[in-house]
Ligand binder design. Sequence first.
Ligand SMILES: [Zn+2]
Length: 808
Amino acid sequence: MRHARLVAVAMLLVAGTLGAWPGAPEKDYPTTPVPLTDVTFTDPFWAPRLETVRTVTLAATFKQSEDTGRIKNFEIAGGLATGAFCSRYAFDDSDVFKIIEGAAYALTTKADPALSAYVDGLVGKIAKAQEPDGYLYTARTIDPAKAMPMAGKARWINEEESHELYNAGHLYEAAVAHYQATGTRTLLDVAIRNADLICSVFNLQGRRAVPGHQEIEIGLVKLYRTTGNRKYLDQAQFFLDQRGKADGHKLYGEYAQDHKPVAEQTEAVGHSVRAAYMYSGMADVAALTGNQPYIAALNRLWDNVVGRKLYLTGGIGATGAWEGFGPDYDLPNSAYAETCASIANALWNYRMFLLEPDAKYFDIYERAVYNAMLSGLSLSGDRFFYPNPLLSLGQHERSPWFACACCPSNLPRFMLSIPGHAYAVAGNDIFVNLYVQGSARIKTPQGVVAFDVKTNYPWSGDVRIIMTQVPRSTGLVLRLRVPGWARGEPVPGDLYRDVAPLDGGVTLSVDGEPKSNTLRPIGGYLISRGYLTIPLGSTVGTYYDLHLPMPIRRVVAHPSVKADAGRVAVERGPLVYAAEFVDNGGRVTNLQLSDNAALRSQQRPDLLGGVTVITGPATAYRTRDEKVVAQTVPMTLIPYYAWAHRGKGEMVVWLAREADKARPAPETTLASQAKASSSEGGKTLQGLNEQYEPTDSNDHTGIYFHWWPKKNTTEWVQYDLAAPATVSETSVYWFDDTGQGECRTPRSWRVLYKRGDEWVPVATTDPYGTTKDRYNTVRFTPVQTTAIRLEVQLPEKFSAGIQEWKIK
Ligand SMILES: [Zn+2]
């Protein structure tokens, strides 16, 4: 009973606080989101997924937080348990805050006494872990004298790495969500005490360091909206304004977007999650303060990302070396595209829309959410991707957790907030941004508007909106997003384009009467900034049928994107498609899709939770007796988000369009059939003989084997042959990631073979080469053996690795 009452209070609070903030700011986003409590999803795509997140992902991530010591850290810091800091990173507190935020969204929409009680328990532990002056950071509080190096020897002196302010930001976001969900101030008070301390420490008279990882700016703004206390907004702006200013702190450089003042930034650089959180914070502050230089910078940065640094999947961050952006048009399909970065990209574009309602922002949001972000979570809800590449040679599979668990903890909070992004209001305009079956109840200046939505989106482009409540007053306007993909513009700008652009096909009818049959203005209905604009009638029961054409589309990239040259990707509606080994005879990098191959879509309710697949003929290339042969084969494509659920193997988004881009399936060799083992590791052993031909020693596309972090030791790799054979030659392509990592070519090496039970060096006069960027071949007196071994002396200060190892 008590719980039911609490939930009722919570509903009121959410409706009250999200719609109109207490002490409503003078300036704000011109567009107001419709809170998630006023939106219901009942469709077969999102509703079951969100239910999985609510019932599986939340539990799984809380359990992992328990098992990895993240929760115990709070208990120890709060004196409820004894011991040392027992997880790995100083930012591990933030994962718990993020999952609590997700749980809070779950609780706002559905009562769950067990979850509620568990969260209450966690909040109690967090409150205990807070120091009397408000400081909250278990990595230090547990034992300040033994704080790990990244935490710094004292509070806030190593902010570049410590994540003290980053953790705080996630605490504030969680606290606001928890307050809105439960109506209790327990976590909010913890957040306020912490924020008050930070405001008193970081200011022009005090510390002028900025967060090494942005996030607190977003949290502070939420705290401002919830409490009405302006100092939190000012503090968010302070952190943004100090960025890139060398007179207050030693600059962190491009990696943390601390290379120049934020208002002067023009190119997206560095760590992509840091960047997009910062852009989101700038949008929030700009909306609330009218800061025009921020808005101008955001527009430039957006043009840069969308025009030059965006993956087709909506992912951002090309390289794992700094988890971030590469140069313009540098979009290798080995893509890092961290799950968190897709979330950050969506959060940023969502705010750009609120700032200036244009459908182009939701084109990016939708692309990121339906593709790159969704790939981050398994259909089962308890396995995760950190990077989301557009090409796999079989080295990728989702994991139940990571030592750095930012992505698993980010997914529930983001996904459970999606219903709150679907609709928005600006004056008399009602924006429909996402098409999801269900219903919405929207407060407008003319009164409440409510409607049901019937659609099978994203599998179908037919959407019916049926009015269930409309005010008498006229003047309201329905603005239905016509996605770029339905207007012949898959992304705003020219980074990607349709091979055969759609021309028309979008139709609208009202109560069954056709009102327009083309994109162009017809019958008074205009497409303005990507929205079809319809005056809203005042009759309950009126229905609007929007038809978005959903043909299979072929997409190509801007010629400057070298990785996609001569390649083509396939899309249908908002979904990017991928070819996966399991549907295509074991390989897909050897397939070529010609422009005139007829493709068809087919619903497969039995497959991958129910998907529409795309099928058609492709040309498969194989090597036979050292000659390349081509053969027409049936090809099946699945939605990209659903890849990697049926074992490890090849996957490509960008299929070869030109024959020379296909990688002929290699013939089996002694090496490819051998069983690999090594002195150390084992995770990447398949890299030795997966038969990917590297372009250079630093090529990260294929799978590479390495001994890192071992240095200055003698190590080995070994092939146990499928059957005894005569071997007389070996070729090694060394891995060397100078500029990114700690692998170099080895100091020396030699070849041994197995004779009986002993390892014997082969007889050779060839030099054992350590040249980069090519094979180093050694011929030796033929040996009859069952196993061959490379013995490698690692450099004194570096490790080493192997791209590919062949034997003959
Ligand atoms: Zn992450």
